[in-house]
Design a protein around this ligand. Structure first.
Ligand SMILES: [Zn+2]
Length: 438
């Protein structure tokens, strides 16, 4: 259903253009050329004004793409301002009802400029409008306009200074899902001053493409037009000079708009902490650092399918494998279990029985203790309430493990016969590597 609907919408894609030349032929603009105030067209009836000055997402990208095209031809980029943006959003809304440069009340599109009090003085003054419906995103609609001569000539008109980028999402029952409008404006009295950037420092890196950096950072350039007040446009690479893509260190680039300049500093990006590739381990878990440690030191890997299974029990063969890796053995491939078992028996760490059984905390302590040749350091276990559960054969190893800080106990219990989960094992092994083996 969705796909059919999409094809139907695409089949109805339409664009219309009204060239400034065509508008200039009309009476109001001829008067304007003489420096007089525009005599707006007569109106018949009222149209609800949506009063929406927003420019974001797709409409902001229409402005970005339009300016990228203009600057590739050596033309100045266009900026929008609140009242012109209201005009563009109004027109994108109105074409849901009447897909025409005439408004739903029959008046010409330029009456929307009056509705929103867009300033229109100067020795010359021009405007143009591109509309489209049914296009699904900014890239599609700008591409559509550029492939149509009339629309393209508006986009490439050197006389324009500003452009409102209108976007309106229609109701589900509307014929066109999205309405688009570009409302261009140029005047002899537009003078830009006081350039500002929404961010003056962004992270980059050697070899980074400036356009990609700027698109990602989404820096808003704000300027003041002498006639239209605060106006804004997205910062694009063509507005910048001095960027050296292959430079590793910090660099300062110059941003130009309307004869004004501002500076943008690009600092080297700090290398990101590598994320763990496990869906079941996040920074919220108490064992995040421990799992990260055993993973990065190649002591423990995942259990497959993007999982670490932190709460699964560690098996005896897993413990043999980890100790073999600490010992510098390569244990991987299809025979890893056999290799690990052989190593454990040869090194005296384990008798090699029950490889798939879960390992208890005291068994793990005993294996580690044997691996480091049964050192004599001892801590008293008397303070733990479950000291009686420690097996005779494990008593020395547990005492050593507590002394070495490998096993810390919780709620005053050692839990010697409890199974070691993989997360607990990661914690014990991290301390073992940092405190004992080093
Ligand atoms: Zn202006």
């Amino acid at each position: 259903m969705k796909r059919k609907c999409l094809a139907w919408i695409l089949a109805l894609v339409m664009t219309l253009t009204l060239l400034p030349g065509a508008a200039l032929a009309a009476a109001p603009l001829q008067e304007m050329d003489n420096g007089e105030t525009v005599q707006w067209s007569a109106r018949s009836g009222q149209i609800p004004l949506i009063d929406d000055a927003s420019v974001r997402g797709d409409s902001w990208n229409v402005l970005r793409l339009t300016n990228q095209h203009r600057m590739s031809l050596g033309l100045d980029p266009l900026s929008t301002f609140d009242s012109l943006q209201k005009v563009a959003n109004q027109r994108a809304y109105e074409i849901q009802f009447v897909f025409s440069h005439s408004r739903p009340d029959g008046s010409d599109f330029d009456t929307a400029l009056r509705d929103y009090n867009v300033s229109n003085t100067g020795s010359w003054y021009s405007w143009g409008e591109n509309i489209a419906a049914g296009y699904l995103n900014a890239a599609e609609v700008v591409d559509g306009w550029l492939n149509s001569p009339g629309h393209r000539s508006n986009i490439e008109n050197d006389g324009f200074v500003h452009m409102g980028a209108g976007f309106y999402t229609g109701s589900p029952s509307a014929v066109y899902s999205y309405g688009w409008s570009q409302n261009f404006l140029g005047s002899s009295s537009c003078r830009v001053s006081s350039l500002q950037l929404s961010q003056t420092v962004i992270a980059g890196g050697q070899g980074a493409d400036l356009e990609e950096l700027l698109t990602q950072a989404d820096i808003v350039v704000t300027a003041t037009c002498s006639q239209h007040g605060t106006c804004k446009l997205p910062l694009i690479a063509a507005m910048c000079s001095g960027y050296r893509e292959n430079e590793a260190g910090e660099q300062i680039i110059t941003v130009r708009y309307g004869g004004q300049t501002a500076q943008l500093t690009i600092v080297p990006q700090q290398p990101a902490e590598p994320d763990l590739p496990f869906a079941d381990v996040s920074e919220k878990n108490w064992f995040f650092d421990e799992v990260q440690y055993v993973y990065e030191n190649e002591l423990m890997s995942g259990t497959g399918g993007g999982a670490f299974e932190p709460n699964s029990n560690l098996t005896r063969v897993m413990a043999w494998t980890i100790l073999a890796r600490i010992d510098g053995e390569t244990v991987s491939g299809s025979a890893w279990e056999e290799d690990a078992r052989n190593w454990a028996m040869a090194s005296g760490v384990s008798d090699g029985t029950n490889p798939r059984s879960s390992i208890s905390r005291q068994e793990l302590a005993a294996m580690l203790w044997r691996y480091v040749n049964q050192p004599g350091n001892r801590a008293s276990l008397d303070g733990f309430s479950d000291v009686d559960e420690v097996a005779g054969w494990a008593a020395e190893a547990m005492s050593w493990a507590v002394d070495a800080g490998l096993i810390q106990g919780s709620n005053n219990k050692l839990n010697p016969r409890g199974n070691a989960t993989r997360a607990e094992a990661a914690a014990i092994l991290m301390r073992f590597c940092e405190n004992v083996v080093k």
